[in-house]
Design a protein around this ligand. Sequence first.
Ligand SMILES: Nc1nc2c(ncn2[C@@H]2O[C@H](COP(=O)(O)OP(=O)(O)OP(=O)(O)O)[C@@H](O)[C@H]2O)c(=O)[nH]1
Length: 238
Amino acid sequence: MASSPLRLAHARALLQRAGVELPPADSPDEVQAIIDALCELSERDALTGLPNRRAFLARLAQELDRSTRSGETSLLLMFDIDHFKGVNDTHGHLAGDAVIRTVAAILSEHVRPMDTVARLGGEEFGVLLPQCSVGAGAVLAERLRAAVESHPIGLPDGKVTLRVTVSVGGAYSPPWVRTSVERWLERADRQLYMAKRQGRNRVCIEAVPVSDVSAEEKQLLFAWTPPDGLIIDAADAT
Ligand SMILES: Nc1nc2c(ncn2[C@@H]2O[C@H](COP(=O)(O)OP(=O)(O)OP(=O)(O)O)[C@@H](O)[C@H]2O)c(=O)[nH]1
């Protein structure tokens, strides 16, 4: 189906407003370039340029598939800026935006290239650390927390410099067991809630990966019977 020139022009204008460079109108690769750019834009957070919640959830699903197969744990961290409403109330919304952008940049600078930092919404960020052992997780999370705390943030008026802190909650993907993205997020969120309740500016992470599977998944796991003729020997499974 041919694209309407009017709709294409509308998409082009929208993308140009967002600062996206496109090939000249009516060039052979124009339509594909517009589709690619719209897809890219739909996965970015406009304020920080980070992956948005939608992109992050897709990334988590991919990581769950991988860790279910490989048996390696991955760590999901949720960051929430402490008392952020106070920043907006005292210094204004633009200052609040500058703080969000700076925290995004600090988190991005302090993770490995294989990790993902995303803005989940408001003053909340998600960080995915694939192939992260239980021992390493708490150290990495603490390093990120300390990096935010120690970084002075200059506000747009050029006069005020602020420091903010973050509370961090974390949960590991359970190795070998298929859990859902929602459950993984819920578990990390529970830890974040604990970090807030215990006084903020701290990291709370589940001590061990929790093999938390849904009722349907349990049903699938335990109701499964080997097909006729297939003998499973526990000793073979090692
Ligand atoms: N400047 C700015 N503010 C935002 C944005 N999104 C959400 N907010 C504000 O973030 C604030 C969040 O405040 P609360 O949820 O009360 O949390 P808090 O003040 O950080 O307190 P704790 O989380 O309990 O430490 C609200 O005032 C929102 O209006 C944004 O994109 N820009």
